[in-house]
Design a binder for this molecule. Structure first.
Ligand code: MG
Ligand code: ZN
Length: 221
């Protein structure tokens, strides 16, 4: 094993330990936590804005918003009505790790929170390797990207439980083939649950909200 590989292994195993501690704490508090991952521009922040607008009154939602250089996304989410929002500016790092998330969570009043949404840095490569203590990863692809994204970034699709196809209002304006996209994702991970939506037009969002409500209430049983 080269030295570089062994350092990487050590970093990841330390990260896994921290993530396990975060997961245990969230479980104790009965908080449903999702880690939103995608390429830049697929609609993570828009989805969080819509979700807070629709569910913010019935669910207590906390958001950790990761970004490389700005707090723009966190500010958008606060503007959309987010009350428990913490930005993480990674200062160049292309992924969130469990240490950053743990620190951000220390600064959020987590009592009675139902749902935690972690917006990862827009990147389909290393966020696949970093467990953040979430219940599941939710990967978003949009119709303005290639429908072969799942084949190009299989680790991310393998490690996600839910796949969202966003911007379906733009179907037909590019070569994106919805059937091919779903087929490619299923080829990598046959257990993926799919949502097709447009955060802009609102199409398909009700199914997403329903699934979140159900996931939150399942935890409280
Ligand atoms: Mg964003
Ligand atoms: Zn990275």
């Amino acid at each position: 094993m080269t030295e570089r590989v062994s350092i990487e292994k050590k970093v990841l195993s330390e990260n896994d330990q921290l993530a396990s501690a975060i997961r245990a704490d969230l479980a104790k508090r009965k908080i449903f936590a999702i880690n939103l991952v995608s390429s830049p521009g697929s609609g993570k922040t828009s989805l969080i804005e819509k979700t807070i607008g629709a569910l913010g009154k019935e669910l207590k939602i906390a958001v950790v918003a990761g970004d490389v250089q700005t707090e723009n996304d966190a500010n958008r989410i606060i503007k959309a009505g987010g009350k428990l929002v913490r930005p993480i500016v990674t200062g160049g790092a292309c992924h969130l790790d469990a240490k950053m998330v743990g620190k951000a969570l220390e600064q959020i009043e987590l009592d009675n929170v139902d749902l935690l949404i972690i917006e990862n840095v827009g990147n389909l490569v290393c966020p696949a390797s970093y467990d953040l203590g979430e219940a599941m990863k939710v990967v978003i692809m949009s119709t303005t990207e290639g429908d072969d994204k799942p084949l190009k970034y299989p680790a991310m699709y393998r490690r996600s439980s839910v796949a969202i196809i966003n911007k379906i209002d733009l179907l037909g304006t590019s070569d994106f083939d919805l059937t091919a996209a779903r087929g490619n994702a299923s080829k990598i991970n046959g257990d993926l649950k799919f949502f097709e939506m447009s955060t802009r037009s609102g199409t398909g969002l009700e199914a997403w909200y329903g699934w979140l409500r159900e996931s939150v209430s399942n935890l409280k049983k």
